[in-house]
Design a protein around this ligand. Sequence first.
Ligand code: C2E
Ligand code: MG
Ligand code: MG
Length: 583
Amino acid sequence: MGSKDSNNASATGDPGQPGPLENTLKEALEKVIKRRESTVVDDETAILSREKSAAAREDAADMREDAADLREDAVHLREGAAQVREGEAQEREVAATSREQEIRAAEPQAISDEHVVKLQQANAHLVIASIEAHILTEQVQTAKDNLEHLVHYDTLTDLPNRTLLQDRLGQAIELAHRQGRQLAVMFMDLDRFKHINDSLGHAVGDLLLQSVAQRLVGCVRHSDTISRQGGDEFVVLLPYIEHAEDAALSAQKLLAALELPHCVDEHTIYIGASIGISIYPDDGQDLETLLKCADSAMYHSKANGRNNYKFFEQSMNVRAIERQSIEGGLRRALERQEFVLHYQPKINLQSGAIVGVEALIRWQHPQRGLILPEQFVPIAEDCGLTQPIGRWVLREACKQAQAWLQAGLPPIVVAINASAPEFHTKDYFKNIRATLEEVHLEPRYLEIELTESVLMRDAAATDAVLHALADLGVKLTVDDFGTGYSSLSYLKKFPINTLKIDQSFVNQMIGNTDDAAIVSAVISMAKSLRLRVIAEGVETPEQAAFLRDRQCDEGQGFHFGRPMAAEAFAALLQSGLSSTHLQ
Ligand code: C2E
Ligand code: MG
Ligand code: MG
């Protein structure tokens, strides 16, 4: 290819090298110039000779012919160059084809190498994917196990939960049925747990539940199941018992285990429990009935003094039905205007004057007669009725206080009680302010009695509401003082006016030196905190005298007057207490 190039430099357009066409043209041009030169010389002589001019014409004709030849040569040369270029193009085509063929020939090797690499990569990915799949499978299995655990175990105590208990109880019933044996179900509810939870907070409550769970697990057989039903309720399944007494022994053991103090988050807490027991097959043939019977028995155990156990009796079913009917009636009692307030006087122990009154709710049931608050207030709390009932009590008491003032009776402070769910509602303060405005009662004539557990539940929020009430001029009293878990530092911080010593201490203070000491100590403490102090449940002149001697400010109790209808109280207020009550 190189030789062909050099031979056809001009034809291929190499600008450096003159090609044959240029050379030929150059030669032809030199010839023409030479002839011209000779023609010029000849011309000079032609002027002289006609012959010479004829010859010159001939030369000119020759020259024209030469030029035509030259042009022809140029055409040939151009044609030759075109052919050369064509040849070159063909050669390039051939070369391209052969290169293509070469590439094609080389391709199979390249493709197979590439495939190997790709296959290796794919293999590596496959290995990684298998490892990942294995890890994922393990994770899924762990998640499944965790889920399985969550489904069957209580997250707080890690005890079997309601679902697992029901599974085991179902199986135990089948087995007992086949073997003709008995089994026991024990329903356990902690006493005053709500109180502890409210006053010490949920975190302490949770730790206490964990501590209780550990104690319980430690005192049953491996084959028994201790489960947590939720809240402070536990159910114990004893799948193999010979006699009902075995269950009684087991219940005693559980109660004894709980009796020792629980040290929780720097608190030493004493907690008891109430247990209800049902026996298969006597009390029920299926798990629902057995659980329901144990639950009923537990309620009776609680009502009978707590920290005790009770076997189910058929009569208990009647009580359960009764509770349901109370719940149903309670929902309609407000609209049917079946609630009524009774008023109990508060006495200044030094002067004997009535200085205040406590409004206490009663339910005038169309069939059952007058029902006391302890029989329905807890039920109202359970079914979310405390707010509407509490609002009714507030309005009614304020209206009554205003009516007494307008009737010209001596001005006194009217106290109402607030339960926890009611006090902790968002609009509690707003509603009190609005009601006072609506009824035109000055806030200084209203007093609110709150138990320690109400005060200690969410202390920060409580503090804000208490300060708002105190700023408004409403008076605040700690009710049942001494039975709860209030912190003394909060007592100092909260804008409290009065401590009301719980009647359980007042009841026993004559004759019981411990209670006498507690009452005396509370009076002194209230004095040093510059709080007023009142004793409730004063039933005898001795009790009244004891309190008066210790400078207790006020007293309330059957000795001074029982809770009574508004009219009766107005009459008492008008006349004042008789001198016998002031002894
Ligand atoms: P509390 O606020 O401590 O009220 C004192 C209770 O002791 C009243 O019982 C009263 O009748 C009774 N009592 C008064 N003096 C004596 C006495 O000398 N001896 C004895 N043994 N008892 C006496 P009641 O009216 O049955 O109320 C019980 C509890 O129900 C109240 O305790 C209070 O916590 C709650 N309660 C009453 N009315 C309301 C209310 O309107 N709303 C709310 N949330 N709770 C209320
Ligand atoms: Mg009270
Ligand atoms: Mg009280």
